[in-house]
Design a protein around this ligand. Sequence first.
Ligand SMILES: Cc1cc2nc3c(=O)[nH]c(=O)nc-3n(C[C@H](O)[C@H](O)[C@H](O)COP(=O)(O)OP(=O)(O)OC[C@H]3O[C@@H](n4cnc5c(N)ncnc54)[C@H](O)[C@@H]3O)c2cc1C
Length: 393
Amino acid sequence: MNFKLSDEQKRIVALVDELGKKEFAAKAAHWDQNQEYPWENVHKLRECDILGMTIPVEYGGQGRPLIDAILAIETAAKYCGVTARIIVETNMGALGCIMAYGTDVQRNRVTQRILKEGDKPAIAMTEPEAGTALTDLQTSAVKKGAKYIINGTKHWITGGGISVTNLVFARFFEDNRELGIGGILVDKGTPGFSFGRVEQAMGLRGIPETELIFKDCEVPQENVVVMGDGNEGFKKLMYGYNGQRVGASAVALGIAQGAHDLAIDYMKKRKAFGRAISEFQGLQWMMAESEIKLNAARLMIYRAACNARDLPNNVKLPYWDEASMAKAYTGHAALEVTSESLQMFGAYGYSQDLPLERMLRDVRMFQIGGGTTQAQLNMVARSIFKRTFDLRK
Ligand SMILES: Cc1cc2nc3c(=O)[nH]c(=O)nc-3n(C[C@H](O)[C@H](O)[C@H](O)COP(=O)(O)OP(=O)(O)OC[C@H]3O[C@@H](n4cnc5c(N)ncnc54)[C@H](O)[C@@H]3O)c2cc1C
């Protein structure tokens, strides 16, 4: 077992760190306050081969392992959580499902859009009446000749309205018979596909969270990524999604690490009772606890990324129990660490003049999006008791 980064990994971290310091940090508040998508960061990441860095060489990418992308995500998140999320979604999320289960044509199309246009594929699962209980989803894909007709509404879809590629989870029907839940691609601009409400989110406001509306939206059958097939289609999609959980955890870790680093610097300078506040043992212990949490989270995330298992088409994605453990722990720990870091700044930390309050708003998301902490705990419990829980019984 080797916990050391290779020289190449150190280079990636140094590159993203420099971008973070020079470019991402300065405008992170701007994207948040103006709810603007950071296209200029997308282009920088693309020029530096960070966007879609795990895309295999045969699709024009660099074929880097998942752990390299995790390092880039964690580093970017120290400066701008929104930018880090874009790295996640150009390496994991919908891309994981498409690379593992899609056709060669689909894989080519989605990877070229990422590498050439900076597209961030969206994954559309959640509906107003189906969140954690995703198998309650009602969006339908009904076969009609060589096409599928899609009807339904998704909400809280990250990048909705920006993403050209949208992987939509739907209930498949053929000859009036339900086949199960599968996934189908719907490109932005397809007739019958429109965007509704944009959420006024608490944090991570530089990426829109949008309602996607499908009204008799026709897509060719070639767009099916995973066919509804009893429970099998849904299981495949969920395996394909495990990379996203680990990537999201790395964003939370990076935000918390960024806040922690700022607090350490500040504590050495800020004086109270005639000495630096870093000299108070009560505060040192708070920071020591934070340091331990950050390291524990990092180990879980790196393990999940490095243990990635083989899915079809040489795609390597984490095991679901390791991914869920990393996400459940990091979501909680990162929130605590960020909050303790803000505390070190006193009133200054509570002001919009400093990034701490934004980081705290941003990091809160990771106990909800990508599957709630409770949903992750259910997965961990499943692995302890070695059985599949049917939560409906
Ligand atoms: C910023 C953001 C971005 C998002 N991006 C996307 C996206 O890109 N694509 C997408 O499809 N979705 C996205 N989502 C939606 C997200 O995945 C859901 O919000 C999440 O899965 C929870 O669903 P829900 O909000 O309907 O909560 P509910 O499922 O209604 O849950 C409510 C509460 O009950 C708890 N709960 C539910 N069932 C159980 C159970 N069996 N045991 C214990 N507790 C339980 C939950 O943990 C939660 O605390 C995003 C959400 C946010 C906030």
